[in-house]
Design a protein around this ligand. Structure first.
Ligand SMILES: Cc1cc2nc3c(=O)[nH]c(=O)nc-3n(C[C@H](O)[C@H](O)[C@H](O)COP(=O)(O)OP(=O)(O)OC[C@H]3O[C@@H](n4cnc5c(N)ncnc54)[C@H](O)[C@@H]3O)c2cc1C
Length: 470
C-alpha cells in the first residue's frame, strides 16, 4: 500500500527542516526523507556548524583573542592536534542532531532514511541502504537536496592530503602548510582558520579580487590583515592541475608557477544534488550546475505543487536564507500568507577576522547614481576595543544624502556577524542616520562603533559653517 502525506520534504538541511516543522505546525502530515546517516544536511554535518565549531575551537585553543595583549606567540595550548579540534566538533554535532530529532518527534514529523527519486508528479520512491524500496504519494513536495562539492577530475582527492570542502572536517592530522584553491566564502574561512593555527597558507583565486560582492574598502582592510599575518594570496591565478610529488600536492598555476604544500583544500564551487532525483519523471529540468529555477516569492518550481528551496536553487546559498525559503514555501503550499523575504539580508563570513555585510556596497551605490556619504569607525576607537586588545576591525556605514536613509553597513572584525543585525534592523525598518545620532548605546561595547560611524557621516553631511564676518 502507498502511504500518503500532505507534504513530502526531500532533504533535512536548513530548508527542509524549517519547511517540515512549519507544515507540521500548520497541522499537516509531513514526511522528511534523508539519504544521510543522520538528519541535519550539509549545514550540520560538513558545512556551517562544523566549520564554525572548528573556528571557535581554534580561536580558544590558540588564545587568538588575547594575542593583542600577550603577543603573536601566545597560545592557550602548546601543541594543538586534529584530535583536539575534533573532540569539540563531535560534541557540537551530536547536540545539533539531538535537538533536530527531538523537534521532528515533538511535531509528529515522520522521517525516513533513504535516497528519494520521483516516480511521477505525485509519487516518490525511497531506496533504503538495504536496497528495500518504499513508495509514497504526496499532495505537495519540497526539494531541499542542497549541493555537493565540485570535484574536477584533475584533482587527486584522497581524503588524506587533498580534500574538498565537505571532507576536510574528517582530517586526522593538521597540515604543516596548506594551499586553498578558491577564495569564495568557504575557501576564505578555512584559509584564515588554519592561518590562525600558524599554518602557512596560500590562497589561490582566478579572480583579481577576493569576495567581490563585499564593499571594496572592507576587503582592502581584510586583505591587509591577512597579508600582515603571512597569508600568501595568489589572485588572478588559475589552478590548471594538481600533481602529487612525494605524496604531497603541488598546485600548478596557469601551467607555470607551482605551489607545494603539505595539504590542499579544493573549495572552488558546489553543484546541486539533483542528479539522483529522476526529475524527468515529474517534468522538471535542472540547469548545468544541477540547480532548479523557482518563482522568487513562493519557491514553486515549474510544477506548482513541487517547491524547491535552499542551496539547490542557487544564490545566496546560506543556511540562514535557506531556512526562510523553506518556511515561506511551506506557508504558500498551505495557503497561509507569508510575505516574501526582505531584499536585504545579512551575509556573514566567519573568517578570522569575521566579515559581515548588509545592504548596498559603496560600489553599488555609485553604480546606481545615488548621492551618498560614508561614516567610518575603527574598533580601536572604542573603549570595548581597548579592553579586548583589538588592533584591527572597522565599520563602514553608507547614508543617502537625499533621504538620510541607511543604505548599507559593512563590518570587518570581532563580532561582525552579530553586530550587523543592528544595521539590518534599521535598514529594513527604513531608518535613517538620525536613529544612531539620537539614541544612546551601551558603553563600553563594540556596538558603539555605530554611533561613531554615524557621527563621522553626520559631521561630513553638516552644511559648512557660514564665514564669520570681521
Ligand atoms: C564549509 C561550509 C561553510 C558554510 N558556512 C555557512 C555559514 O556560516 N552560514 C550560513 O548561513 N551558511 C553556511 N554554509 C552554507 C549552508 O551550509 C547551506 O546554505 C545550507 O546547508 C543549505 O541548506 P539546504 O537545506 O539547501 O541543504 P543541505 O544542508 O545541503 O542538505 C541537503 C540534504 O539533502 C539530502 N539529500 C540530497 N539528495 C537526496 C535524495 N535524493 N534523497 C534524500 N536526501 C537527499 C542530503 O543528504 C542533505 O542532508 C556553509 C557551507 C559550507 C559547505
Amino acid at each position: 500500500m502507498v502511504k500518503s502525506y500532505e507534504f513530502i520534504v526531500i532533504g533535512s538541511g536548513p530548508a527542509g527542516r524549517r519547511a517540515a516543522i512549519q507544515a507540521a505546525k500548520l497541522g499537516h502530515s509531513v514526511l522528511v526523507v534523508e539519504k544521510g546517516r543522520r538528519v541535519g544536511g550539509v549545514s550540520v554535518h560538513s558545512g556551517t556548524i562544523p566549520s564554525k565549531t572548528l573556528r571557535e575551537t581554534v580561536l580558544n585553543l590558540t588564545g587568538w583573542r588575547e594575542r593583542g595583549f600577550y603577543g603573536r606567540a601566545y597560545r592557550v595550548k602548546d601543541k594543538i592536534t586534529a584530535a583536539d579540534l575534533m573532540m569539540r566538533l563531535h560534541k557540537t554535532l551530536d547536540h545539533e542532531v539531538d535537538v533536530l530529532e527531538h523537534q521532528f518527534a515533538r511535531n509528529s514529523v515522520d522521517t525516513l532514511r533513504g535516497m528519494a527519486r520521483f516516480v511521477d508528479t505525485h509519487r516518490i520512491e525511497v531506496t533504503a541502504e538495504t536496497g528495500e524500496v518504499h513508495t509514497f504519494s504526496g499532495n505537495n513536495f519540497l526539494i531541499a537536496v542542497g549541493t555537493h562539492p565540485f570535484r574536477p577530475e584533475n584533482v587527486p582527492f584522497d581524503g588524506e592530503n587533498v580534500y574538498d570542502s565537505d571532507d576536510i572536517i574528517n582530517m586526522t592530522r593538521l597540515p604543516r602548510s596548506l594551499t586553498v584553491v578558491g577564495a569564495g566564502v568557504i575557501g576564505v574561512e578555512y584559509a584564515t582558520i588554519f592561518s590562525a593555527l600558524d599554518v602557512p597558507v596560500t590562497l589561490v583565486e582566478p579572480r583579481r579580487n577576493l569576495l567581490d560582492f563585499v564593499d571594496r574598502e572592507i576587503i582592502e582592510e581584510f586583505t591587509h590583515i591577512l597579508r600582515d599575518r603571512g597569508v600568501t594570496l595568489r589572485l588572478g591565478c588559475t589552478v590548471t592541475d594538481v600533481e602529487m610529488v612525494d605524496g604531497r600536492p603541488v598546485a600548478v598555476l596557469d601551467g607555470m608557477r607551482r605551489v607545494r604544500s603539505d595539504m590542499l583544500l579544493y573549495a572552488a564551487g558546489r553543484t546541486g544534488a539533483t542528479s539522483a532525483l529522476n526529475l524527468e519523471a515529474c517534468g522538471l529540468v535542472a540547469d548545468a550546475r544541477g540547480r532548479l529555477a523557482v518563482e522568487p516569492n513562493t519557491y514553486q518550481t515549474a510544477v506548482p505543487h513541487i517547491y524547491a528551496a535552499g542551496d539547490v536553487i542557487g544564490f545566496p546559498s546560506l543556511a540562514s536564507t535557506s531556512m526562510e525559503q523553506g518556511r515561506i514555501a511551506a506557508c504558500h503550499a498551505f495557503h497561509v500568507p507569508a510575505p516574501p523575504a526582505p531584499d536585504y539580508f545579512p551575509y556573514g563570513i566567519y573568517a578570522v577576522p569575521e566579515l559581515s555585510t548588509v545592504g548596498m556596497s559603496e560600489q553599488e551605490v555609485q553604480g546606481r547614481g545615488i548621492p551618498y556619504e560614508c561614516g567610518i569607525a575603527r574598533f580601536r576607537e572604542t573603549s570595548r576595543g581597548h579592553i579586548m586588545g583589538l588592533d584591527d576591525g572597522m565599520m563602514k556605514m553608507i547614508i543617502s544624502l537625499k533621504t538620510r536613509r541607511l543604505l548599507g553597513v559593512h563590518i570587518v572584525g570581532e563580532g561582525a556577524t552579530e553586530l550587523i543585525h543592528i544595521g539590518q534592523a534599521v535598514m529594513n525598518l527604513k531608518g535613517t542616520l538620525d536613529y544612531f545620532i539620537e539614541n544612546t548605546f551601551n558603553y563600553p561595547t563594540l556596538a558603539e562603533a555605530y554611533k561613531i560611524a554615524a557621527l563621522d557621516a553626520w559631521n561630513r553631511m553638516m552644511p559648512a559653517p557660514a564665514p564669520v564676518s570681521t
